[in-house]
Design a protein around this ligand. Structure first.
Ligand SMILES: NC(=O)c1ccc[n+]([C@@H]2O[C@H](COP(=O)([O-])OP(=O)(O)OC[C@H]3O[C@@H](n4cnc5c(N)ncnc54)[C@H](O)[C@@H]3O)[C@@H](O)[C@H]2O)c1
Length: 270
């Protein structure tokens, strides 16, 4: 019998986090609307234990998984085809020296640098709406807008976008990267009316974000470097999706405004 090639390896940094844990279930076909099969072998990397690991996954946890240390990252990406870089401090209030410098600045440099060194084809980087929320909230942001962070966490995400771009520019076409400016990630059932319309307009459900990850990880083969917007198909879009849809084929299915109304009606027994 001829041996079949193993599935390509997807390394997920921040593999213990909320987004990674949901996406792991999505890839396993355990969430509503998820594809029936996944093209990947999975390696989850996180300083914490990854509770969402599935049988057959590789898991790197503990101090050896600290992405602020380049040698750790070089080991973590060996053999990877693609990297989904989620590890970070996700708080807009995070302190620079106490947290962001290691978790968002050094870690992201290390991941992209090591990925290129290991021959990884693409890095998909979890950027944030905080990279552009220095613009007035009444202005719809386009994916092609230059970064205008509203806080230092957002500046760390703008740094990540720039690092991705720099390594793509130097790679001569062998490496590509997509940075996703992710909005407020919310479970469908937790979307509520208790936020301003501006914040509702920034929401992305875990389901839609997973759809966008799928597109960025396995599609858009012509993209060398791009920034895309990660929000649901909200009635009002604080971040425009036209460029994102055109580049990646992203087709979000949720509308945070409609979900909020439906959840409120259900809660009131209507
Ligand atoms: N949750 C959101 O609404 C949101 C919005 C925009 C962007 N993002 C981005 O998405 C990514 C994932 O967010 P999340 O909500 O799942 O966050 P999370 O805090 O649940 O997960 C992040 C994980 O990264 C790990 N981590 C942090 N520093 C690390 C390091 N140096 N080495 C190894 N592991 C490290 C943490 O242990 C944690 O498990 C982050 O990059 C975040 O900035 C999240």
């Amino acid at each position: 019998m001829p041996e079949t090639d193993p599935a390509p390896l997807l390394v997920v940094t921040g593999g213990a986090g909320r987004i990674a844990t949901f996406y792991r279930r999505w890839l396993a076909g355990q969430e509503d609307g998820a594809p029936a099969s996944s093209p990947w072998r999975i390696r989850l990397v996180d300083v914490r234990d990854s509770p969402g690991a599935m049988p057959g996954d590789e898991v790197i946890a503990g101090p050896d998984a600290d992405m602020a240390d380049l040698a750790n990252v070089e080991r973590a990406v060996v053999g990877a085809h693609t990297v989904l870089h989620l590890a970070a401090d996700p708080s807009p209030r995070a302190d620079f020296y106490a947290s962001l410098l290691d978790r968002n600045i050094k870690a992201t440099y290390n991941v992209v640098h090591a990925a290129v060194g290991a021959g990884v084809k693409r890095v998909v980087f979890a950027s944030s709406v905080n990279a552009i929320n220095g613009y007035p909230s009444t202005r719809q942001a386009r994916a092609s807008d230059v970064a205008f962070p509203g806080n230092v966490y957002g500046a760390s995400k703008a740094w990540g976008e720039a690092v991705c771009a720099a390594f793509v520019a130097q790679s001569g076409g062998s490496f590509s990267a997509i940075a996703i400016r992710i909005g407020g990630v919310t479970a469908r059932e937790a979307v509520n009316l208790e936020v301003t319309p501006e914040l509702q307009a920034l929401r992305v459900t875990y389901h839609d974000l997973s759809r966008l990850f799928d597109k960025c990880l396995t599609g858009a083969p012509e993209v060398t470097f791009a920034v895309v917007n990660g929000v649901s198909n909200n009635r009002y879009l604080r971040m425009d999706l036209e460029e994102t849809r055109a580049l990646t084929g992203y087709a979000p299915e949720d509308d945070a405004f409609a979900l909020a109304e439906a959840n409120a009606a259900r809660a009131s027994g209507a």
